[in-house]
Design a protein around this ligand. Structure first.
Ligand code: ARG
Length: 575
């Protein structure tokens, strides 16, 4: 068991010995923000003392008399208003690392309470190119799903593809009147986009065109065979494009239940809402009003338009009901941009009115926009949205130039492969590193830099460790498994202690939906490794030290690789 966990359990026991009726299960031991004071700390006693009107330092002193952590820690200190500070014994750090080197753990435990979590992410729209806006949802959602899975949760990923809606009216008019089959074969999405824009522009000039589009839509909704056939073809062509991008990004979904999947549920759903008095008629439309909710009071949610059509909200309510029935999840996470905040507040509130408050946690994990270097929404030079495929090509191309400059002697195929891994990694990492709720500036030079908090820097740190093993004849697993860890240099100890916190960071990523915690942890890990490697000779050290340091190198590489994998980023052995 990891040292902080052992301290936590013993602390909980000690508190219960002093205050038998207290619920100590939430007493956590977390890394000290400032290593000056120790490696871990707990502030749990302060709130406990407060709630019982006790003197916190006195309570701390009493708990200490019952707390035995002497094999794990140096003397425990009470600080400030009643913090407990713990400093690990080097022997305990070494033991943990030795167990990891034997393959018993990689500094994290699977959750003791595995949950079922549905992650709704990516969710692009049919007949439109996936653009740079979809990258954030795709990459964030994938990373959250990976983190939760690694921690032992049952994760179900569902791509809620936008395959239904009013845009199909215009698309159908375009398809029937202006389709260029040759262009469709060459670039299906480009052609569908052209058709949509054409009819859209025509509709602005001529009301008759809009009426035509409305009629095509009504026919589609009414089950007209011809329109359904065209619609299905549009979906198939789009799905092909999505699949190509997902394969490139290494993103997989368990389900891709598009919006249209829920069509049969929408009528009965609105009837049920009406029958239960949750929705009512308003100016010919049907809406849910949230009179008891100050935030949503002014924002009723439309579930049926006056023309009988349904809304995004109606589909999302049907989706929620389906997911609850099908998977009984403990949590559903929706990853979209911040502009959908009101929508999800309405959906969650409406669902609670409809199905009652439940234990199922509904989370809207939203993110900000990607900006160009001029601080305005990221666009191409001609002012168009940046297509994802084009962006990924450019990332690989730029990385190829850098790799070829640095390692011109590697065979071209290998340089291409490194460029693929580095280019895609750079784009993903740049997206995951900022606080997701802030906008970030898309800057090629910054994200591809080998120095700085970037994917290439971390990938390089990994490949550098692997090169140590290529130079030594040691096979990492064997040498590491056998070696006792001898930690003496300060850089060695700092690196070892940092490794111990990998699992705590993974846990925080899953709880707060913030992969950026992991980015920063890995960046610090690489920094601590560099300090270690500059100050502590590895290959030139005597046999025992060499084996111990090689083990430390190997564990660092394994955590880097596993951590990057959670971010959806690959590594290469050589760069
Ligand atoms: N298709 C939507 C869009 O591109 C995102 C869907 C998000 N998921 C959901 N269940 N509403 O904006």
């Amino acid at each position: 068991m990891l040292p902080h966990k052992q301290i936590e359990i013993r602390l909980q026991l000690a508190v219960r010995a002093v205050l038998p009726e207290s619920d100590s299960s939430s007493f956590l031991v977390r890394p000290c923000p400032d290593p000056k004071f120790g490696d871990y700390q707990s502030n749990a006693l302060m709130s406990l003392a407060k709630s019982r009107k006790l003197n916190p330092r006195q309570l701390a002193a009493e708990v200490l008399t019952k707390l035995d952590v002497s094999e794990i820690c140096e003397k425990v200190e009470i600080a400030g208003a009643g913090f407990l500070n713990f400093r690990l014994k080097i022997s305990s750090v070494a033991q943990s690392l030795e167990a990891a080197a034997r393959g018993e753990h990689l500094f994290f435990d699977k959750s003791a309470h595995p949950c079922t979590v549905v992650v709704d992410f990516s969710s692009p729209n049919v007949a439109k190119p996936m653009h740079v806006g979809h990258i954030r949802s795709t990459i964030l959602g994938d990373s959250l799903a990976r983190a939760l899975r690694l921690l032992g949760h049952r994760v179900i990923t569902d791509n809620h593809i936008g395959d239904w809606g009013t845009q199909f009216g215009k698309l159908l008019v375009g398809w029937k009147k202006h389709l260029a089959r040759a262009s469709l074969a060459a670039d299906p999405i480009g052609e569908m986009e052209r058709l949509y824009k054409l009819v859209n522009a025509a509709g602005e000039a001529d009301e008759k065109v809009l009426e035509e589009a409305r009629q095509e839509l009504v026919k589609l909704q009414g089950g007209d065979e011809e329109n359904l056939k065209i619609w299905r073809e549009m979906i198939a062509l789009s799905q092909k494009q999505f699949d190509t991008i997902y394969a490139r990004l290494g993103v997989k979904f368990d389900h891709s239940l598009g919006e249209s999947f829920y069509n049969p549920q929408l009528n009965p759903l609105v009837d049920d809402l009406l029958a239960k008095g949750i929705a009512r008629e308003s100016e010919g439309a049907i809406a849910i009003f949230f009179d008891d909710n100050p935030q949503l009071k002014e924002h009723p949610a439309l579930v049926r338009k006056s023309d009988g059509g349904f809304n995004y909200t109606t589909t999302d309510l049907a989706t929620l009901e389906y997911r609850q029935k099908t998977w009984q999840p403990d949590e559903i996470i929706y990853v979209t941009d911040g502009r959908q905040q009101l929508h999800f507040q309405q959906v969650f509130a409406a669902f609670h009115k409809w199905h009652g408050e439940s234990k199922m946690n509904l989370a809207h994990v939203w993110f900000g926009s990607i900006l160009g270097e001029d601080g305005r929404p990221f666009k191409t030079r001609s002012g168009e949205t940046v297509k994802l495929a084009v962006l990924l090509d450019e990332a690989e191309e730029r990385a190829f130039k850098i790799v070829s400059g640095k390692s011109p002697d590697l065979p071209e195929a290998q340089r291409r492969e490194i460029a693929r891994v580095v280019g895609l990694g750079a784009v993903k990492y740049a997206d995951l590193l900022p606080n997701r709720q802030s906008d970030y500036v898309f800057c090629w030079d910054k994200m591809l830099a080998l120095n700085g908090n970037t994917a290439p820097y971390l990938q390089y740190a990994y490949s550098r460790i692997r090169s140590i093993f290529r130079k030594s004849d040691a096979v990492p697993a064997q040498s590491a498994g056998a070696a006792p860890l001898a930690l003496s240099a300060p850089e060695e100890i700092a690196l070892a202690k940092h490794l111990l916190n990998f699992g705590l960071v993974l846990g925080a990523v899953g709880e707060e939906f913030r992969p950026n915690f992991l980015c920063n942890f890995l960046f610090e890990l690489a920094g601590k490794f560099t300090a270690f490697y500059e100050n502590c000779p590895v290959l030139k050290a005597d046999d025992a030290t060499r084996a111990s340091r090689l083990a430390l190198c190997d564990l660092t590489a394994r955590v880097l690789k596993q951590g990057l994998d959670v971010l959806g980023i690959e590594t290469v052995e050589q760069m």
